[in-house]
Design a protein around this ligand. Structure first.
Ligand code: AHM
Ligand code: MG
Length: 344
């Protein structure tokens, strides 16, 4: 007999909320609305090649990157699924420059939703895994009124829920409320996310590193030394490490969470803040990684402690097994490296 309980995500969320006396069930209902959006996006991603939805939509997103049709679709689906539940006061999406208000004819709630609707979108045409990343916060502005930018610009430490979905060889949803990290695989025949990875814990040390090595020339000297260190032979510390990099953060971080090791998108001399977005990508992944026993830093401090000043700001990120993230921090903390980073 299989050991794992047969548990849908909806039931898991409700059972989790029951552990908190005084919970109203509002967060559970919000998460159920989100789950519906993920199912619809998953379906659309899976039939992308069939319905001629691949290719550029012809517009650029707020970061000046070309937007593909599936990005637009996923963004709109998230909005449509979440605008009328009465649980949110405001949303923000990587695909939209400004905060997204709840239409005035719908009820206003106490939660805030931030999301990257389709991460790794440059991989769509090649059938490489892509995903959706999300964060939920409690509002800090006055109840009963439309949410504000201040509600969205909170430290990652304030996240109430963080999660992601990988649309890969199967669709998997991973989420945390801070108390354990759990994964649910979509069974397409019944349209339900079923618990498949209970209480995920990242290994304390891994043997895989994940970084875009094409940018080597522009890196921090300490980071160059660290990568060379990982490539040296030493049986005791399981070196050389293997290298894996898909170009979809959501897939690279998911693998890192399950197998251990480290994913990095550093600052470099061309991009002093790195590439990935604090609010839509780094904070939610950092909350998940820490809840699974791992570590997430910008090189010097925890990602979730960064005080955000801009909805679309970027940050360098080093995320994964505790041992590996601490080690890269140490390599970058040497004197030569500090002077380099000061010049940025
Ligand atoms: P996107 O949100 O436009 O898809 O960009 C983010 C993606 C991440 O998923 C991935 O880690 C990174 O960009 C890859 O960037 P690069 O091609 O510079 O290595
Ligand atoms: Mg992204």
């Amino acid at each position: 007999m299989p050991k794992m309980r047969f548990m849908t995500i909806e039931r898991h969320i409700i059972e989790g909320e029951k552990k908190h006396p005084g919970a109203t069930g509002e967060l559970s209902r919000l998460l159920s609305d989100l789950v519906l959006a993920f199912k619809v996006i998953s379906l659309e991603v899976n039939k992308a090649g069939l319905v001629d939805i691949l290719g550029f939509a012809g517009s650029e997103n707020v970061h000046g990157e070309q937007v593909k049709k599936l990005d637009v679709y996923a963004h709109e689906m998230m909005f449509k699924a979440m605008d009328h539940g009465g649980h949110l006061c405001i949303m923000a999406s990587e695909e939209e420059e400004d905060i997204i208000h709840i239409p005035s004819n719908y009820e206003i709630g106490k939660y805030v939703l931030l999301f990257d609707p389709l991460d790794g979108s440059s991989n769509i045409d090649a059938n490489v895994s892509i995903g959706t990343i999300f964060s939920i916060y409690k509002r800090v502005s006055e109840d009963g009124h439309p949410g504000t930018q201040e509600d969205c610009l909170q430290q990652g430490l304030n996240q109430v829920v963080a999660g992601y979905v990988v649309y890969g060889s199967s669709t998997i949803l991973v989420y945390t409320t801070g108390d354990g990290v759990h994964g649910f695989t979509l069974d397409p025949s019944i349209g339900e996310f079923i618990l498949s990875h209970e209480d995920i814990r990242i290994p304390k040390k891994g043997k895989i590193y994940s970084i875009n090595e094409g940018n080597y020339k522009y890196w921090h000297p300490g980071l160059k030394k660290y990568i060379k260190h990982l490539q040296e032979e030493d049986a005791e510390s399981q070196r050389p490490y293997s290298s894996r990099y898909t170009g979809s953060m959501v897939a690279d971080v998911h693998r890192t969470l399950l197998y251990g090791g480290i994913f990095m998108y550093p600052a470099d001399s061309r991009s002093p803040k790195g590439k990935l977005r604090l609010m839509y990508e780094c904070n939610p992944m950092a909350m998940i990684m820490e809840a699974a026993g791992g570590r997430a830093s910008d090189g010097t401090k925890r990602i979730v402690e960064i005080e955000p000043t801009n909805l679309h700001e970027r940050t360098p990120i080093f995320i994964g097994s505790e041992y590996d993230v601490k080690q890269v921090e140490e390599f970058m903390a040497n004197e030569e490296s500090l002077s380099w980073i000061d010049k940025l």
